[in-house]
Design a protein around this ligand. Sequence first.
Ligand SMILES: Cc1cc2nc3c(=O)[nH]c(=O)nc-3n(C[C@H](O)[C@H](O)[C@H](O)COP(=O)(O)OP(=O)(O)OC[C@H]3O[C@@H](n4cnc5c(N)ncnc54)[C@H](O)[C@@H]3O)c2cc1C
Length: 475
Amino acid sequence: MLEKLPKTGGGSQYAFGLRLFGTNMEAEAGVLDQTDDYVRSALNTCRWEIEPRMIGNVFEALGECFDWMSTWAPVEENWEVCMSPWGVVAAEKKTPGGAGWFVTQYAEHHCRALGVEILTSHSAKKLLMENGKIVGAVADDGAGDVEIKAKATLFATGNISQGEILRRMCPTVYYADSTPCSHRLPSNTGDHIRMAEDAGISIDSKGVAAAYLGGMLSAGIPTAYLAKNVWRGEVLKVNKSGKRWINESVDAESAVWAQLKQPGCTSYIIMDQAIMDSDALPAYAPVVNRTGRNIAEGIPDENGIFAQMGRPHMNFYQEQESDKSAKKVFQELMSLDGGHAFVADDLKTLARLIGLPIEDFLHTVSRYNELCDKGHDDDYYKLPIFLKPIRTGPFYAIRTNMATDGVFGGLEADESMRVVSRGKPVEGLYCAGDTIGNRFIAPGGEKIESINDFTWAYASGYLAAEQILSNITDN
Ligand SMILES: Cc1cc2nc3c(=O)[nH]c(=O)nc-3n(C[C@H](O)[C@H](O)[C@H](O)COP(=O)(O)OP(=O)(O)OC[C@H]3O[C@@H](n4cnc5c(N)ncnc54)[C@H](O)[C@@H]3O)c2cc1C
């Protein structure tokens, strides 16, 4: 196993939820096996443009993979498994890390116990090919080239979130004022694309897509209190022209394309003291959001009600930082250079501080307050419970920008996780995880996915390994 960084784990080690279905543990607990529901749901989300057999094989491998991992260590001891708005989700119990941390640490431990040689600080740079078959790879260990012959080779280099290949394959991720706080591992430079190209393998460039994040704090990762204010429905959101641009209760991911169209992709959250002092209302969000993330379709709660999508980051940060007072966190943001937060006794001064056109902003607030008083949002159809006027000073503003959650894909896989080139599988070459572009659809370059990235990486890696083993054994 070749790993470019000094340590294994990749982006996977940071991931939280591992969606589960079809596991022994669920069967024993009397939870219905909803693998087929999830397959249907994923295909619906991806408009039936992706290959049902490939999705089915990976989703079916998920339960098997978890059952197999559970034989390494008892489930009850290590996993926190819960019904959540995203279905049955597993997370690691004893450390602050989630399922990703547990899986990557245990996988490494297990590999070493089985005698797998793990070569860290070895960057794979070239595929070895003989008579059209991939027979290994060449890696750079910093001192020179190391050649490794293999009966099968698996690309699991992750996404394309840094470097020259990103700029070439997905230039649209460079937008004004982007926030550098997203899921970008320095080693995720899309090396699978360069190596495949060098070997004459076709690249699925239409299957390269970004997962955009809207509503990100311009100062970076949100704290508990600020996350709550970024992603709550009862604020007013204006763009750099001082105009309202969205139904504020729409979740940040579903609003990404609208935010991309705003000047500088920037939005300001406006609150008055009454909103600042009030607890956030429960989130309003669809079961399946725009980007296909967090699908909960077919997963009713104990009362038979379909779960609403929650906000994982918000909950996480709330747990982490619930002891911080709102005022303290806001002041921290205010103390940073760069204009991330503003406060003023009157709306005119607030507009001046932010740099918004004053008259336009005042007109926006007055129109918004009129709609709040009327109890019907004629402009953006926000639910009445979220209509809270901006009236009681002091007034607050927080700047938010866009970010990406990574750029994915480049390779096409078949239903056995073999790399496909010009419609045919490449002998000896497999792929898994973020490298696979035909597991999602990419309208306008945005990733609409079949399941969350980590669950896909986990199950597709297992399926690829199973296929490799059976092919090696057959030959
Ligand atoms: C901070 C963070 C938080 C995340 N949170 C979530 C989450 O909550 N839920 C979720 O679903 N997803 C989350 N993700 C995304 C998710 O973890 C990944 O998309 C997924 O796990 C990718 O798995 P992978 O195996 O394809 O790639 P990775 O786990 O990124 O593994 C790729 C590995 O290949 C190595 N590599 C790259 N090029 C080479 C080369 N040329 N030679 C040798 N090695 C190479 C990399 O160093 C890396 O170790 C998060 C990612 C990050 C970074």
